[in-house]
Design a protein around this ligand. Structure first.
Ligand SMILES: [Zn+2]
Length: 233
């Protein structure tokens, strides 16, 4: 885990210059990974929580939080119980705090410019089985992550004046009402004014069907990802 922490160049991760202190991230993550009592966990938590990945007094989250999320989950899974508690608390802050202007988005494998909250939610869902076993803290994190839904398009067919998109839905999207969504494809981002859930996932599968109003199948693409449009605004 320490190698993975060192492998990230935290000073190369963008952040608001008067808030983000990259030196605190690696130091804080290392300290939290090795923490075995409450004093050590609290010291590590304040490094990360006051200018590292978030600023708790300012209620601000930085792009570094998205890169640190899988490491905090590793610490929660492998570290001392006091470190786990601190890591889950930091993830909760990172998901709920607001980004600073100009530092709202991060690069991910499924989109070049994804909101920090949606990127963190993706990491949380990847550890759903672990988090579900972590009492209230884990269950609240998963419930909060669900609002940052994600739909990966696998197939598009024409449907009236729009498109029926078949794919995989992670998180929760309310059926029966239109949603605004961001379309992430080939490194670009476009706004879709109206997306509606037609067939929700059933029986533990993620397969779902969305109707995308006013867009032809050729404007969309297999491999594209839809994310909520007004997340965190
Ligand atoms: Zn989000």
């Amino acid at each position: 885990m320490l190698d993975v922490i060192e492998a990230v160049d935290w000073s190369a991760v963008p952040g608001p210059p008067d808030w983000y202190e990259p030196d605190r991230v690696a130091t804080g993550l290392r300290a939290l990974a090795g923490a075995t009592n409450r004093v050590q966990a609290a010291e590590a938590g304040s490094l990360l929580g006051c200018g590292g990945i978030v600023h708790d007094h300012g209620g601000a989250v930085f792009p570094a939080a998205a890169a640190a999320a899988p490491l905090l989950l590793d610490i929660a899974q492998q570290g001392h119980p006091v470190a786990r508690e601190a890591a889950l608390g930091l993830l909760d802050e990172a998901l709920s705090f607001r980004p600073r202007a100009g530092y709202e988005r991060v690069r991910t494998p499924y989109g070049r410019s994804v909101r920090i909250c949606c990127a963190i939610a993706h990491h949380l869902r990847a550890r759903a089985a672990f988090l579900a076993g972590q009492g209230r803290a884990g269950k609240f994190l998963l419930a909060d992550a669900a609002a940052h839904w994600r739909f990966d398009i696998q197939e598009c067919v024409a449907d009236g004046d729009g498109t029926a998109a078949l794919g995989l839905l992670a998180g929760y999207l309310q059926g029966g009402v239109p949603h605004a969504a961001e379309l992430h494809v080939d490194g670009s981002t476009a706004l879709l004014g109206e997306v509606a859930l037609v067939y929700p996932p059933v029986d533990g599968s993620l397969e779902a069907c969305l109707r995308i109003i006013g867009r032809r199948p050729r404007e969309l693409a297999a491999g594209a990802t839809l994310l909520p449009a007004h997340c965190g605004e």
